[in-house]
Design a protein around this ligand. Structure first.
Ligand code: GLU
Length: 577
């Protein structure tokens, strides 16, 4: 999910790769590494935790002159940030090196199969790929990669290099981005365009499961069927700063569009539709622990707090365990009632939120079982909790959280299912159905990004832009979503907004509703649909502009409200639960 740069040509590979990795630094990372073939049969690998500067300083002391190499900045998903876990990873001979972005879903079963033959040095999912390729290697690297890929399930951008081979490097991808940059007597591979814009603007986008053999003066490209193909060369006109944002106006927009992928990553390796089973690694809670829990407390701030309220509804609906959601900044300064039968869940994208860190320390001191739902492996909160569920949404640069919110919801839902599964409260058929629904979510989100839907949303935004106040309403699951919507509007548009449970509207806020206060009501098909519908009528009676988020095909609402934003129905029944 972070940075990859590969180079083959006539210049010093380490300079090109380091420069490329620097251009990807904006994405955030926890460690970095580089491998250079400095003479046929010989390569050197340097890996460092922390800033790229550490790698750069080490490289200064080495006379590493080679024209072929690969480099990586890591955003840990499996195994904490450490030198051993940093990429490139190598096979046992030390001659094959790989860099990888993404998640290998079946790495545990592959590791179990390969560990009797090869010594594993890291905790990463990535290392299995190195051993698997060498397990298939009979002198032809392309064939070995091709055979290895047949066994791999998951997402990857992968670059492979072998010390005995100074003619080419191999690049391939599945779901994670990877491009090839074309030069004069030199070629580049990168996970993102800014890494190579200083050298070339001619780019080939790889399709999923393409394998590219990248020579310095040509590219041989094979599609997933193994047929040789040729691809169009795209000319990139973006500046480096536009390229960083993938052509989007700002990072937040880019991250909004990343959600189908980030949710897929949150599910990766954790759901088996065939078995009807949820797997959550690193939880460190035994069945005795789970059976002992009689109360759950979720601690969080801001957007994570609202995700926590949705989590409460999931947990109470599925597990029937009373669940409270508390602001970390309140919890830490009170005398909260917590004991060893309480499970305390800290939610934080960065894993460094100061109030949540202090709150989880307090929960620990009171004897609670503690769990983190976090994005950053090895972060401060992850070191305090008994177990952690990583949301795997990749680096979030936008200050206002978007993709981390939906990935957190995904993980909270998975956790509720997992907990119920371990306690044998639900059977595999039930879980299978939920998994099938979950896997469908990314496709439905994509529909919201269709040109017509975006045009409609832009039009509504233009209408809203000149108002000073705005009210968001929702009930049940859509109540915390209304709170999150209001928070986003405040943070991003500087328009005052309040989120309310729609049923509370008549107990105060109604006094403020008039033609100057637009109301955004979330009124999707659900058990509270009729109730929200009535609230919308009350709003209309006060001449407020009404904008409704509705289930596609809802003709009743369409005639009632001023504007509609449609979302797709996931299942025929009312809700995900
Ligand atoms: N899953 C790999 C790891 O944890 C790749 C991480 C990345 O995408 O940066 O090492």
């Amino acid at each position: 999910m972070c940075g990859i740069v590969g180079y083959i040509g006539y210049q010093l590979a380490k300079d090109i790769i380091l420069d490329g990795l620097k251009k990807l630094e904006y994405r955030g990372y926890d460690s970095s590494g580089i491998s250079i073939i400095f003479e046929k049969g010989k390569l050197e690998t340097i890996r460092k935790v922390g800033k790229l500067k550490n790698l750069e300083n080490e490289l200064k002391n080495l006379n590493l002159n080679g024209n072929i190499g690969i480099g990586h900045t890591r955003w840990a998903t499996h195994g904490k940030p450490s030198e051993i876990n940093a990429h490139p990873h190598t096979d046992e001979s030390g001659k094959l090196v790989i860099v990888h972005n993404g998640i290998i879903e079946n790495y545990m079963s592959l590791k179990n199969e390969l560990k009797s033959k090869y010594e594993f040095k890291s905790d990463t999912d990535t290392e299995v790929i190195a051993h698997l390729i060498m397990d298939n290697y009979k002198g032809d690297l392309y064939q070995a990669v091709k055979l290895a890929l047949r066994r791999i399930e998951g997402t990857y951008a992968l670059v492979v290099m072998h010390a005995d081979n100074t003619d080419y490097i191999i690049a391939t991808k599945n779901s994670s981005p990877l491009i090839i940059g074309l030069g004069e007597n030199e070629n580049f591979v990168a996970s993102d365009i800014p890494a190579i814009l200083n050298h070339t603007r001619d780019i080939i986008y790889l399709d999923d499961q393409d394998i590219a053999i990248v020579y310095k003066d040509k590219i041989d490209l094979f599609n997933k069927e193994g047929n040789k193909v040729s691809k169009n060369i795209s000319k990139i006109s973006w500046s480096i700063s536009a390229a960083e944002k993938g052509g989007f106006e700002h990072f937040m927009l880019k991250e909004i569009y990343e959600q189908p992928f980030s949710i897929t990553q949150s599910l990766a390796g954790r759901v088996s539709e065939v078995e009807g089973k949820i797997y959550i690694e690193d939880l460190n809670l035994k069945i005795e622990d789970l059976n002992n829990i009689n109360r759950i407390v979720i601690l969080a701030c801001g957007t994570s707090y609202y995700a926590g309220i949705v989590g409460k509804y999931y947990l109470e609906n599925i597990l029937k365990i009373p669940t409270d959601v508390d602001y970390s900044s309140e919890f830490r300064y009170r005398n909260p009632v917590i004991d060893n039968k309480t499970l305390v869940i800290a939610i934080s994208q960065s894993g460094e939120t100061a109030d949540t860190l202090a709150a989880i320390k307090l929960a620990n001191s009171l004897g609670a079982k503690t769990l983190g739902i976090l994005n950053v492996i090895g972060s401060a909160i992850s070191r305090e909790t008994i177990g952690n569920i990583y949301i795997h949404c990749g680096p979030e640069i936008g200050v206002a959280s978007t993709k981390a919110f939906t990935s957190t919801l995904t993980c909270l839902y998975l956790f509720a299912l997992y907990f119920a599964q371990e306690k044998k409260m639900i059977n595999s058929d039930y879980i299978r159905e939920k998994i099938s629904n979950l896997k469908h979510v990314p496709k439905l989100i994509e529909k919201i990004f269709s040109p017509n839907s975006i045009k409609n949303i832009k039009n509504i935004s233009n209408k809203l832009a000149n108002f000073k106040d705005c009210l968001y309403l929702g009930r049940n699951y859509n109540y915390p979503i209304a709170l999150e919507g209001a928070l986003k509007l405040k943070e991003i548009s500087y328009i005052h907004a309040e989120g309310y449970p729609a049923g509370e509207m008549k107990h105060g806020p109604i006094a403020l509703i008039d033609k100057n206060t637009p109301v955004i009501a979330i009124c999707t098909e659900s058990s509270t649909y009729d109730k929200v519908f009535s609230n919308i009528k009350e709003v209309k009676a006060r001449d407020a502009l009404t904008i409704t988020i509705a289930t596609e095909g809802d003709l009743n609402l369409a005639t009632e409200v001023d504007y509609i934003i449609n979302v797709q129905k996931l299942v025929k029944r009312f809700h995900l639960l």
